[in-house]
Design a protein around this ligand. Structure first.
Ligand SMILES: NC(=O)c1ccc[n+]([C@@H]2O[C@H](COP(=O)([O-])OP(=O)(O)OC[C@H]3O[C@@H](n4cnc5c(N)ncnc54)[C@H](OP(=O)(O)O)[C@@H]3O)[C@@H](O)[C@H]2O)c1
Length: 274
């Protein structure tokens, strides 16, 4: 099936990004549908992307090969229970909701086994610069895996996971990750200002450095540790800063922060799946 029909349940920010990405890749508007209770959301997404929209979720998924669950985790149970009577055609179900396990989705979607891909995208998906971790349950075929990967690749990079519990680690690294970089940007801007730079100058220096360093790390054929060694001359300014970071326990602090995020991710999945 080269051109799957895709239905989005929920036409909010993430759905709009995915639809925009798919359209930019040449997916035809009539291969995409979306449903949302909000009349304004429907009008907006329809005007922007030329797709058909529905107030009724069941109508939106009729005949769809892929159903993308793009609603908030808190409403997922009710949404799935409404959809279960419309799933006789056995579409692939792709969930992008944080903290909802494949087991919970299967339980809510009904007795017959469903092909489910659970994804953890991140906010830069809104700029098509995201990265997602994907996990497929045993019902997902090779062709459906490709469909899910193509969908998530429309907003960035898509990486498969062999075990579902690793979604918690993905959440800790990339799901929550943008905020860690924002925190570093905040702290560096404030420190630059305290060193005497005008705030705007400190902010621009920090942002362009973040962007440049990320691009260097992405485009280089050596890893970040080697790139760091190359810019750290003995007794130089960078070494002085790195030593100060390490004396403050930087690496351990990063590990503790990611452990806390992963733990919270698992805890939320347990609460939301009840
Ligand atoms: N944004 C991100 O960067 C990001 C990153 C990773 C994962 N996610 C996940 O992506 C999912 C969507 O996030 P989002 O940021 O796109 O949220 P959003 O902008 O709030 O979009 C969700 C949409 O679903 C609609 N909705 C509510 N109840 C519905 C129902 N019963 N049937 C159909 N649609 C319904 C909402 O309408 P109302 O506004 O009227 O309620 C809203 O338009 C979430 O589960 C989130 O965990 C998002």
């Amino acid at each position: 099936m080269s051109n799957p029909r895709i239905a989005f349940i929920g036409a909010g920010n993430m759905a709009a990004s995915l639809i925009g990405g798919l359209r930019a890749q040449g997916v035809a508007a009539d291969a995409i549908r979306a449903s949302d209770p909000g009349i304004e959301q429907r009008a907006k997404i329809s005007a922007e992307h030329g797709i058909r929209t529905f107030a009724d979720n069941g109508e939106a998924i009729a005949g769809a090969d892929v159903v993308v669950l793009a609603v908030k985790p808190q409403v997922m149970q009710a949404v799935c229970q409404d959809l279960r009577q419309h799933l006789d055609h056995a579409p692939l179900v792709v969930s992008i909701a944080a903290g909802i396990t494949c087991d919970s989705l299967q339980r809510w979607l009904g007795p017959q086994p469903q092909a489910i891909v659970r994804c953890m995208p991140n906010t830069p998906a809104l700029l098509r610069q995201g990265v997602s971790g994907l996990f497929a349950n045993a019902q997902v075929s090779a062709e459906q895996k490709l469909q899910a990967e193509t969908l998530l690749s429309a907003v960035g990079m898509a990486l498969w996971l062999d075990e579902e519990h690793l979604i918690d680690a993905v959440t800790a690294v990339s799901g929550s990750g943008p905020a860690y970089f924002f925190l570093l940007i905040e702290a560096m801007t404030a420190a630059g200002e305290r060193l005497g730079l005008p705030r705007e100058t400190a902010a621009q220096l920090t942002l362009q450095t973040a962007l440049g360093a990320a691009r260097m790390a992405c485009e280089s054929d050596v890893d970040a540790a080697e790139l760091r060694r190359r810019v750290t001359s003995p007794n130089g300014t960078t070494e002085a800063a790195i030593k100060a970071f390490q004396a403050g326990g930087f690496e351990q602090l990063v590990q503790q922060a990611l452990n806390a995020a992963a733990y919270r991710s698992a805890e939320l999945a347990e609460q939301l799946g009840k």
